[in-house]
Design a protein around this ligand. Structure first.
Ligand code: BGP
Length: 471
């Protein structure tokens, strides 16, 4: 018996700065992502990326061949407002009309994200980006325009991508001016401003298009206790409070998770709030939650006297090169789960964790769910014009089965939009780490060719969609 509903949205995902290229073309302004990663080892230049800006028609034709029912992409704020505010850039506005129209004509539901890590650099220079409270007003100015401009063609709006990851990896995901680099309170301040921005965008969607739905796309990893020691169970609960519910409680209850907020207050890390902020968060309750799911985490009780430490990132793509896991003294320590295999970048592979996350989130908030990212980053190889990415097929089919089991137990899941439709710039590794169903050949020096090659996973996913998940 088929578990996936008939109208289930089998899709795929990308984000603007990772796929579009044309970073300074047709009036676009720089985004902070063009600046934070510039010149870093292993990073490809975002000014070309996968050149989707010029090849979107060809790409939509490939999406159609793949059979996609939905495509989740992001709108670049700095393409619409090159300076972050002011008058819209007609060419930028036109590009997303063209893309959305092309998708719709080809029977693919467009699912846009308003913000995917790419604050206009002009606003970083003006008031330090999300650190400045003015960012909330400027985001509202941007969101108001975009929602009105494209809203008649959009059913599902994604507001902000991965607030949790923006907080955990705050120096990679934000262009942080030097004077703040040791000030960890700043990341919770950034998050607070994003909470207000996110709530306002939900309010705007409801105001202009009452039939449309809006919600955030959250980077979400369930957290298991490392052992059955009661203290480890407490640590896992604490970690879940600060790493997950700290975001989702705001989206669905309109206030911060009390345990996590108290921990931040006790450690002088809590965000400064203004009178009326909670009312805004309560007025902008989300219609659904989208999660980006790659892995689960494990937690144990930290040793007495442990120092605060933030998760390291494995940048080499060799197993075991991670530089350390997060420690919150007296609250939790994130550690490796010895029961799970990992990707080359040390991300635990855990399909059951997705099932766990979907069931847990639905039982807490009773709202529909989407999966807006899921996939495996790998050193894909092009051999004789083919990419044999069986590891990707195995990874995804196990995760799809897990979604099926959650749906079978009554969890309403709207869509599965794995990362990514096409190879694109990895946020941590440029093009050394690939995720797409479609390979982008970047071997020629001038990056003019950028041929699109269907990987084995393309043909496999085509069948999955064709059989509505039976395959
Ligand atoms: C998510 C982001 C994506 C994407 C993905 C893979 O956190 O929303 O933008 O890049 O992770 O991460 P990475 O590129 O670091 O491998």
């Amino acid at each position: 018996m088929a578990v996936f509903p008939k109208n289930f949205l089998w899709g795929a995902s990308t984000s603007a700065y990772q796929v579009e290229g044309a970073a300074l073309e047709d009036g676009k302004g720089l985004s902070q992502q063009d600046v934070v990663n510039k010149g870093k080892t292993g990073f490809a230049d975002a000014s070309v990326a996968s050149d989707h800006y010029h090849r979107y028609k060809e790409d939509v034709q490939l999406m159609k061949k793949l059979g996609l029912k939905s495509y989740r992409f992001s709108i670049a704020w700095s393409r619409i407002f090159p300076e972050g505010v002011g008058e819209p850039n007609p060419k930028g506005v036109e590009f997303y009309h063209n893309l959305i129209d092309e998708l719709v004509v080809n029977g693919i539901e467009p699912i846009p994200t308003l913000y995917h890590y790419d604050m206009p650099e002009a606003l970083v220079e003006k008031y330090d980006g999300w650190i400045g409270r003015q960012s909330v007003d400027d985001y509202v100015h941007y969101a108001d325009f975009v929602i009105r401009e494209y809203g008649s063609k959009i059913k599902y709006w994604l507001t902000i991508n991965e607030q949790s990851i923006i907080v955990q990896y705050w120096k990679q995901k934000n262009h942080i001016p030097d004077r703040y680099v040791n000030d960890e309170q700043i990341k919770y301040q950034i998050n607070h401003h994003m909470n207000l921005a996110q709530a306002y965008s939900v309010i705007l969607v409801h105001k202009y298009f009452p039939d449309a739905m809006a919600g955030a796309a959250l980077g979400y990893s369930p957290i298991y206790a490392l052992t059955s020691e009661p203290k480890d169970a407490l640590a896992a609960q604490n970690a879940n409070n600060l790493r997950n519910l700290f975001y989702t409680d705001v989206y669905f209850k309109g206030f911060y998770n009390e345990s996590a907020l108290k921990y931040l207050q006790d450690n002088n890390l809590a965000p400064r709030m203004e009178l009326g902020d909670e009312a805004i968060m309560k007025a902008g309750i989300s219609d659904f939650l989208a999660i980006n799911y790659y892995n689960s985490d494990a937690a144990k009780w930290p040793e007495t006297g442990a120092k605060r430490r933030w998760s390291g990132v494995n940048l080499s793509g060799k197993k075991g090169d991670i530089s350390g896991y997060e420690t919150q003294p007296g609250y939790y320590e994130i550690c490796r789960n010895p029961n799970l295999d990992t990707t080359d970048w040390d991300w635990a592979i855990d399909p059951s964790g997705l099932e766990y996350a979907l069931e847990d989130l639905y039982s807490r908030y009773n709202k529909p769910l989407m999966i807006t990212e899921n996939g495996i980053g790998a050193h894909d190889e092009l051999v004789d014009g083919k990419v044999h990415d069986q590891y990707r097929i195995d990874y995804m089919s196990d995760h799809i089965a897990a979604i099926g089991r959650a749906i079978g137990r009554g969890v309403p899941v709207i869509s599965y939009n794995p990362w990514s439709y096409i190879d694109l710039l990895s946020t941590s590794n440029g093009y050394q780490k690939r995720y797409g169903f479609v390979y982008v050949d970047r071997t020629d020096d001038d990056l003019k060719n950028l041929a699109r090659i269907k990987k084995d996973s393309f043909y496999w996913y085509q069948e999955v969609i064709n059989s509505n998940g039976e395959n």
